[in-house]
Design a protein around this ligand. Structure first.
Ligand code: FES
Ligand SMILES: [Fe+2]
Length: 456
């Protein structure tokens, strides 16, 4: 094995002194082999069908954050592949999930993507259901012969669980409990208090690529120097720590406020780092003179500021205060975790085209009554966002090639992905050759294979 491989098997470690059982400790290496996957999985309709039957219909999926269902009667629609699901909160404050289909003749029951209702009324013949999915009114009930309206006339319910401020659903009624499949250690997601965050922006854009082409692109920072070169002055893409967890979960800790070792000048605090310092609320006069001190300066400042703002950062390490803990939850989620807020990215399969997916990204942030606090610029939220009281915005939808205004880095990815997708389909491409910087990709595909090998 070459020395470069050894380096990536042992590390890198963002915090070499992290205790073994701490959340930031480097996880033991997982050997997922060296085999080359076949490219068909990225474009074959047959493979897509197999994924529908054995993956999407069987796996726990994040439908949304719990903050999207604050009150009784709040609901939202989760579209996944060919299915549409209603997620709602009932009178007992329980979160329930149903197929979004009327039991009478199969009409799509709810058409709006979110809202608040006390009952669900079908637009075809006005059958009515309560928030528990029970059928409560049949128009002209006397016109149905006895026995036609049987006891199964309510909505079809789906398994639903909440964890760390996130709502998960599973279309397989025999699925094992979420906790047995999540893969992340206890306390990991909880440390970010996602349950105290609200969606401030939600964008869904359609990209001309397979959903896994999307996952793959977001699961490594190996491409940053080439595709996003402007990140090199603020982000350490080389000493990024990659960790693999059970059940296909994984994360990378990307140190922010630290220059990439690919940059020659490691001392100058240039515009990228200055913007980051200013965005953390640090005044010019307090900027450090050496770039190597920036990350630490921001950490200290945020720790002090949190006390003033009443944010509880006690469960977060110093590293978590600056770095991005990009965390993958199998199969289709990456969470960009930060103390001020999170980016919840979902790679949603297209209903019938294996070469399209929906890149769905929600930006959640903490609310604050303190007017001195504003969300960092890099979160891409409106400057005038009133953090003491903002309402959940509707989802912004964008068609392929329509600029979604997601920021420079994501715009670069959205242009890149269709090109990768085309290349993957070429007869000249024999399947990816992954480095240890891409170990999360191999881990993800190995877990996918386990699902696909299961018989129906
Ligand atoms: S299909 Fe819904 S009431 Fe007829
Ligand atoms: Fe990228």
């Amino acid at each position: 094995m070459s020395s470069i491989s050894n380096k990536y098997i042992k590390g890198p470690k963002v915090n070499p002194s992290a205790k073994k059982d701490s959340l930031e400790a480097k996880q033991p290496y997982v050997d997922n082999g060296i085999s080359r996957i076949s490219p068909e999985r990225y474009f074959s309709a047959e493979f897509m069908e197999k994924e529908w039957e054995n993956l999407w219909s069987k796996v726990w999926l994040i439908a949304g954050p719990t903050s999207d269902l604050a009150k009784t009667g709040d609901y939202f629609i989760f579209e996944i592949g060919r299915e549409s699901l209603i997620i709602t909160k009932n009178e007992k404050n329980q979160i329930k999930a149903f197929y979004n289909v009327c039991s009478h003749r199969g009409n799509k029951l709810i058409l709006n993507e979110r809202g608040n209702l006390s009952t669900f009324t079908c637009s075809f013949h006005s059958w009515k259901y309560n928030l528990d999915g029970e059928l409560i009114k049949i128009t002209d009930e006397e016109s149905f012969r006895e026995g036609v309206i049987c006891q199964n006339a309510g909505l079809s319910e789906i398994l639903c669980e909440t964890y760390a401020g996130l709502i998960f659903i599973n279309m397989d009624s025999k699925a094992c409990p979420l906790i047995e499949r999540l893969g992340l250690p206890e306390g990991y997601l909880e440390s970010y208090s996602i349950d105290k965050m609200k969606v401030a922006r939600h964008v869904q854009s359609e990209w001309e690529a397979n959903w896994k082409t999307g996952v793959d692109a977001f699961y490594e920072v190996y491409h940053l120097h080439a595709v996003h070169p402007e990140t090199r002055t603020v982000m350490d893409d080389v000493e990024t720590q990659y960790d693999l967890y059970p059940h296909g979960a994984s994360r990378m800790i990307v140190p922010l406020g630290r220059k990439s070792p690919r940059v020659n000048d490691q001392e100058t605090v240039d515009i990228g780092l200055e913007t980051m310092l200013a965005s953390a609320g640090i005044e010019n006069k307090d900027f450090p003179v050496d770039a190597k001190l920036v990350r630490n300066t921001i950490q200290k400042h945020k720790r002090n500021l949190a006390k003033e703002l009443g944010f509880d950062y006690s469960n977060l390490t110093d590293g978590q205060l600056t770095d991005s803990w990009a965390t993958g939850i199998f199969p289709n989620v990456q969470l960009g975790l930060h103390p001020e807020g999170i980016f919840l990215m979902r790679f949603l399969p297209h209903p019938y085209d294996p070469e399209r997916f929906f890149y769905d990204t929600m930006t959640l942030c903490r609310s604050s009554d303190n007017p001195a606090y504003r969300v960092p610029d890099w979160m891409g939220l409106p400057e005038d966002l009133d953090l003491s009281d903002f309402s959940r915005p509707m989802t912004e939808h964008f068609a392929p090639n329509e600029p979604a205004n997601l920021g420079l880095v994501l715009d670069q990815d959205s242009q890149l992905l269709p090109r990768i997708q085309k290349g993957i389909k070429s007869k000249g491409f024999k399947g990816p050759l992954w480095s240890e910087q891409e170990q999360r990709l191999r881990h993800f595909h190995c877990e996918l294979d386990l699902y696909l090998e299961q018989s129906k």
